[in-house]
Design a protein around this ligand. Sequence first.
Ligand SMILES: C[S@@+](CC[C@H](N)C(=O)[O-])C[C@H]1O[C@@H](n2cnc3c(N)ncnc32)[C@H](O)[C@@H]1O
Length: 464
Amino acid sequence: MPKVISPNIQLFVPFNFDVKTEFLFRPIHYLGSKLRILDFIEKTINEIDPTNGRVIDLFAGSGCVSRKLSLSRPVTSVDIQEYSRVICSALLNPISNLDIIRKLIETCIESPYAKSIFWSIEPLIDFEKTCINEAQISDSTLLCDLLENGSIITYELGNEQNVKNVELFNRIKETLKRLNTLNFIDGPQALSIRYMGGIYFSYYQAAQIDILLHYINEEIAPIYRDTLIAALLGTISDSVNTVGKQFAQPIRPRNSNGLPKPNLWKQVNKDRRLDIFLEFEKWAEKYMSLEQTSDLHSVLKMDYSDALNLIEDDTTIVYADPPYTRDHYSRYYHTLETICLRDNPNVSTMTLNGKKEISRGLYREIRHQSPFCIKSQALPAFQTLISKVHSKNKSLLISYSPFDEKMNSHPRLLSMEQLIQLCKKYFKSVEIKSPGVFSHSKLTRTSKHLHASNNAELLIVCHP
Ligand SMILES: C[S@@+](CC[C@H](N)C(=O)[O-])C[C@H]1O[C@@H](n2cnc3c(N)ncnc32)[C@H](O)[C@@H]1O
């Protein structure tokens, strides 16, 4: 279909229109994901620009909006996080080779590296089995100890005195001795078992993650890397043993009275019995079944403001779905970032009763702090966004979900009214569109939601 970009230039956009409809693809469980209003977003964008011009998905997150729009127009996905870049790259530029998946799994199961990793973590794998069995039969005390103090990195960082259970203490010590013997501490070889094992995943699953990461990064041709890591992120997101499938808070095994929660073993076993290799295989096949729609898509890992300086000529619309509350996404998804960066990060600490403690969520010390999540910076950040898009003479579509006081949700740092006034300052036409009632994914019924639920999800449409 020839597409007019400017009066003098016509561009042929080679789209594979057969792919116009496909199964709904949820790359990861993501708070605030727009998965349920994809049709509404696409319809609104098609109304603004029937010529199928490029759209910039400026805060791409889980990539579901980018994938949906990529079925009918060129997309540039932007996000500050590496895990988002990896997912968007796998979604927008899919690559298929089922043989690679089969060979990778075979290698993972049989290789000497896999044997070394399993040998190092064996004392804790056995201990975890005992804890779950005991909890199932009679007593969850041991399982509580493991969930509260079973982190290898916390022990490594000098908090071993917190591990009161002698058996657990000795087994972490033995694992660390074995990891040292293998020279697996300073490099990325045992990243997952040290940073995530026992807390977010079973030790066995964490070992499987390390083995996959090793072979994807060290042995597979780089062109497959983003697809396979994206498949691993999908696997991890499905398998993580937390409420809400995010990484802000590991399971709290005890009630407020200090007693183990009833049916704890069930909650733990539900996720920890999943086999990472099997789940990964399904995810990799899913990614590899995606069809390539165009070779015009691009993915940028950068700050929204810098990305707006690079707007391509064929762009017609900027779609913006920034965060609106003081919850930084980097805190909820730090583990996905660590998996992608494989960088042995410092873990953040907090002071409790005058004592420095490792954060329970084992957060990366250096995490992106979004200006959209900081009260004093949110308004200027929106101003930069709106003024830059206006100065480039493009249409702007902003997602907004209003704050509902009854829902115990975190308030928005910018009200709908403030946002609309700001848009009107720059754009000639500002319209509000709503698809009707929509509920965001949420953490739990009682915990604070990152976004209010049961609110109309709104789109603010700005034309120059
Ligand atoms: C509400 S989420 C986007 C959700 C996405 N539309 C989806 O459906 O999955 C907001 C995203 O903005 C990103 N972000 C926050 N501050 C940013 C910045 N300064 N530059 C670029 N991306 C940023 C976060 O990493 C997060 O992925």
